[in-house]
Design a protein around this ligand. Structure first.
Ligand code: FAD
Ligand code: SF4
Ligand code: SF4
Length: 372
């Protein structure tokens, strides 16, 4: 970061109000003065400043040189190239549209229960179980469904046990800022914390470390990313699924996206909704997001490809490789080469390239130039 003190005012003007803000909540958990709140109602997923007597863009601590929020924001200025250099010791090549990585494999949980509850191969849940059971992490920041699950509202939460990991498995296609569970995790004494999050959230630990945002960064020791091209506004349940297809949210059992929106109902029915009908409910924070491949995670995971019950797994760091080696050695996962499904890898690169075109002209050029 250059010597100028970048504070909330800069973040508000350049990210929060321009459309670049993804709602990842990195700034909220990094704020040492607790003056940033977070809205997650009516389709808005954004931080706001909550000091009484101050304008939305004016932070008293920022005026006194506090820079924590801009240090934690993975959309502020030259975030992407700064993190690439920090994590991988080099700038990425123009063809590295999905980010820099070490290995790509297909993986799935060996434990049938974990495999069954997992969205694809259950790899993410297997990683969390392994890391908890082998004393690598104390807790993980994940997403649950609110209450008994019938509202399909995704909410951030902490996983500390096998039961928690099972309860939080699977994908919800509305937004869940899992970072927000950080305070709950440290209140229960966690010091080594895994973050599971969408691509946008998986750049939070890396940018915090690179810009020295303090002890929050040191505690986020494992970073698992989920490939992502968009999340949907909560209103899609009533305004599309129920209004057009008669599918009530309380009756929905499971959802997945494989070229179409797949919806399984509790009564055994199965429905497909064309994705082009869903686009109108794209969450605002996703419209300018350039990162499909969770490019700054230790391990990025996705469900594209020919094999529905395997997780496409992109291993990016030494930490990620160590975890994968440990999982294999302990028999907790099965792995096969990524080359078994070259179409999945090609599709990932294609979708990553497409997401990059969303990065706007008014922002720094770097994310737009990769892949052109
Ligand atoms: C909104 C969304 C969009 C996605 N889009 C794509 C895509 O376009 N292409 C692709 O290949 N893969 C996509 N994925 C990833 C895919 O759905 C799986 O999460 C991934 O393959 C890992 O599968 P798994 O069986 O290993 O995970 P599991 O073992 O089922 O673990 C999934 C983990 O994700 C967490 N989680 C679930 N929903 C959310 C949420 N909304 N926000 C944050 N965390 C959540 C859970 O708490 C759990 O820890 C998306 C995931 C989500 C949540
Ligand atoms: S992108 Fe994330 S860190 Fe940046 S302003 Fe938005 S919520 Fe805060
Ligand atoms: S597209 Fe996915 S990764 Fe990008 S902002 Fe939306 S939720 Fe985050």
């Amino acid at each position: 970061m250059p010597p100028e003190k970048f504070q909330w005012k800069h973040l508000y003007e350049e990210v929060v109000t321009t459309g670049l803000c993804t709602g990842c909540a990195g700034c909220v958990i990094a704020c040492p003065h607790d003056v940033l709140g977070y809205r997650d109602d009516q389709g808005v997923y954004k931080p706001f400043h909550l000091e009484e007597g101050y304008a939305p863009d004016n932070c008293s601590h920022g005026e006194k040189s506090c820079t924590s929020c801009t240090r934690a924001c993975p959309r502020f200025r030259t975030w992407e190239s700064e993190i690439d250099e920090f994590m991988f010791g080099r700038a990425r090549e123009a063809d590295e549209v999905s980010g820099i990585y070490k290995d790509i494999v297909l993986a799935r949980a060996a434990d049938p229960v974990i495999h069954e509850v997992g969205q694809d191969g259950g790899l993410v849940s297997a990683i969390l179980l392994y890391a908890l059971e082998h004393d690598i992490i104390d807790a993980a920041l994940v997403s649950y469904l609110e209450g008994d699950g019938s509202t399909w509202k995704a909410v951030p939460g902490v996983a500390r046990t096998r039961e928690d990991v099972i309860a939080s498995a699977g994908s919800r296609y509305t937004y869940s800022a899992n970072t927000l569970a950080y305070n709950d995790a440290i209140e229960s004494g966690a010091e080594r914390i895994a973050l599971v999050g969408m691509s946008c959230q998986s750049s939070v630990p890396a940018v915090m470390k690179q810009r020295k945002a303090g002890k929050v960064a040191r505690r986020l020791t494992l970073n698992i990313g989920l490939l992502c091209s968009k999340t949907f506004d909560d209103a899609i349940f009533e305004e599309l699924f129920e209004a057009k297809y008669g599918l009530k949210r309380a009756d929905i059992k499971k959802m997945n996206i494989k070229g179409v929106f797949q919806i399984w109902m509790h009564n055994g029915d199965y429905h497909e909704v064309p994705l082009k009908e869903c686009h109108a409910w794209t969450r605002e924070g996703c419209n300018m997001c350039p990162d499909f491949a969770a490019q700054h995670a230790d391990i990025s995971t996705g469900g594209i490809g020919a094999f529905n019950d395997w997780t496409l797994t992109i291993v990016r760091t030494d930490v990620g490789r160590e975890i994968m080696d440990g999982l294999v050695a302990s028999g907790m996962i099965e792995v096969r080469p990524g080359d078994d499904d070259p179409g999945a890898i090609a599709l990932m690169h294609k979708l990553a390239k497409k997401s990059r075109t969303r990065w706007p002209e008014f922002a720094v050029a770097a994310p737009r130039l990769v892949g052109t």
